[in-house]
Design a protein. Structure first.
Length: 242
């Protein structure tokens, strides 16, 4: 469709209709991000109309609740690793390069190539990070909250919570649990590798509220259904029954 005709059609559309058209094109493209070039290729209107109506392409993406392109965005190593963990868990296997362009990926392939030279190099860096021994992280440890406004006696130091005493499961530990359990639910045996409707969780075998530690030996992989349906007596199932 000629540019002028696309612009004229877009001008006649309401804001809600333009947002709906952006969402339609985003669904057709099937990627986390939507670029103006992709929009122009598929849409009945033109990105120039979108920019004029909403004050910019990124502003329109926010109104349509569509992911932006990662071009020019700086991700930390941990954000890149977290994205790999999420994708690996989602697919139940090592993610492929092209899957970085699709939901639920939040970091595009360009970010990995720019940082590590290639997707293979990024995976190697991720494995090295995942296998590295944990170091004490002063910023990750927060003292327990004081229950009184009285000053702490000079000889008393605030107790710091150890990682195993926290309910939250660190990213690296989640990865180790899923890897050990071969990315499958230990209760029903289902895996995202053969059923994408399966969502994997990491669960405390002895509940944290009952004194269970956040350590590898007290954690297990369960699917969402089994995790939500388990009682406090639910423990690690017999491997031979799976």
């Amino acid at each position: 469709m000629p540019y002028r005709q696309k612009v004229q059609r877009g001008i006649a559309m309401s804001n809600d209709e333009l947002i709906a058209e952006m969402k339609r094109v985003h669904k057709v493209v099937g990627k986390y991000a939507l670029t103006a070039k992709e929009f122009d290729r598929i849409s009945v209107t033109h990105a120039d109309v979108i920019r004029e109506r909403f004050g910019g392409w990124h502003e329109a993406l926010e109104k349509a609740d569509i992911g932006k392109s990662d071009l020019g965005k700086r991700y930390t190593d941990l954000q890149c690793y977290e994205n790999i963990v999420n994708l690996w868990t989602y697919h139940g296997r090592q993610p492929h390069y092209h899957e970085l362009k699709e939901p639920p990926s939040k970091v595009g392939p360009k970010a990995y190539v720019l940082r590590w030279g290639s997707w293979r190099g990024a995976l190697a860096a991720f494995v090295e990070w995942a296998n590295a021994e944990d170091q004490d992280d002063p910023e990750g440890e927060s003292p327990t909250q004081q229950t009184t406004s009285l000053p702490t006696p000079p000889q008393t130091k605030p107790r710091r919570l150890l990682p195993e005493d926290r309910h939250e499961i660190p990213l690296k530990l989640k990865w180790k649990v899923h890897l050990r359990d071969r990315f499958r639910c230990l209760a029903c045996g289902r895996s995202p590798a053969n059923d994408l409707t399966v969502e994997l969780h990491v669960d405390h075998i002895t509940p944290w509220a009952d004194g269970g530690k956040t350590i590898l030996e007290n954690l297990q992989t369960l699917c969402q259904d089994c995790n939500l349906g388990k009682g406090k007596s639910f423990g690690r199932p017999d491997e031979s029954s799976i």
